[in-house]
Write a protein that binds this ligand. Structure first.
Ligand SMILES: [Zn+2]
Length: 265
């Protein structure tokens, strides 16, 4: 992935998905936008103490920069679960979507920009270039324990007839194992759901582990039937890169949200 710019948006662009040439997508940085400290400046999360007016302005800026209509920019009310909103009709009630408690969005509709907000959690993008359907998923530790990555893939297969081996995935910037220590209750939650977390963790003290949450999600995508060469990772720690990214842990909870976004052309 490489940092690039479109109109007023600085973002990290996954080359694999761009290569399919049927969508625009990426992972935003905190640059540009109108929010003030500590949400400076492209804060896309309404679940913060930032001014909602600023957040809406930033969302419009993101949509407009890629030629999307502001009313067709969809983010949901994320709750660290694994429910996924499916938009498969041309004229849905867009105004109603932002209140839905979900952690993923799938659509086969062109010109609808779907996004998830994150600040440490893993943003995932999926693209089936054959069936022309896209997904965004929010995978924090709870979503990863619920295997939202696999649920996203299953939804593409069941609802849209996707062939797993053709699905492309991009794993965005998230908190890296360098900065993400978890304790036993978190690991127990993974184990309780049959998630093999140990492969993505290293013990850092008594009852403490450094966890590679992005690596764990890559493993879940592979287990779901995706090909290794069809998965691209940012391999960027948002906590280490203060200049470009928000990090909830690093900033003590008072911070903004960057986004993973994708839109079919
Ligand atoms: Zn780090």
């Amino acid at each position: 992935m490489e940092f690039t710019r479109k109109a007023n948006i600085h973002y990290l662009e996954p080359e694999l998905l761009r290569g399919a040439n049927i969508s625009v997508q990426g992972f935003t940085t905190r640059h540009e936008g109108v929010s003030r400290a500590p949400y400076n400046s492209l804060n896309l999360g309404l679940n913060t103490f930032d001014s909602p007016h600023s957040v809406q302005g930033n969302r419009s800026l993101l949509a407009r920069s890629f030629g999307a209509k502001a009313e067709k920019f969809v983010m949901v009310s994320q709750c660290h679960g694994s429910d996924i909103l499916v938009i498969d009709e041309p004229n849905p009630d867009y105004a109603h979507f932002h209140k839905l408690e979900c952690d993923g969005i799938i659509t086969n509709q062109p010109r609808v920009m779907i996004a998830v907000g994150v600040a440490d959690c893993v943003p995932l993008l999926l693209l089936d270039p054959v069936k022309r359907v896209v997904a965004v998923l929010h995978a924090g530790w709870k979503g990863s324990a619920a295997n939202i990555a696999a649920k996203g893939v299953e939804s593409l297969v069941k609802l849209f007839g996707s062939d797993r081996s053709r699905i492309l995935a991009a794993i965005g910037p998230a908190i890296g194992p360098c900065c993400y220590e978890v304790d036993k209750p978190v690991c127990d939650a993974f184990s309780a759901n049959g998630v093999d977390w140990a492969e993505s963790a290293s013990e850092s003290g008594a009852g403490k582990w450094k966890l590679d949450l992005a690596g764990l999600n890559r493993a879940q995508l592979l287990d779901s039937g995706l090909s290794n060469e069809n998965i691209e990772s940012a391999d960027t720690c948002v906590s280490c890169d203060h200049d470009r990214f928000f990090s909830y842990r690093r900033d003590g909870g008072e911070t903004g949200r960057q986004a993973g976004f994708i839109m079919l052309s």
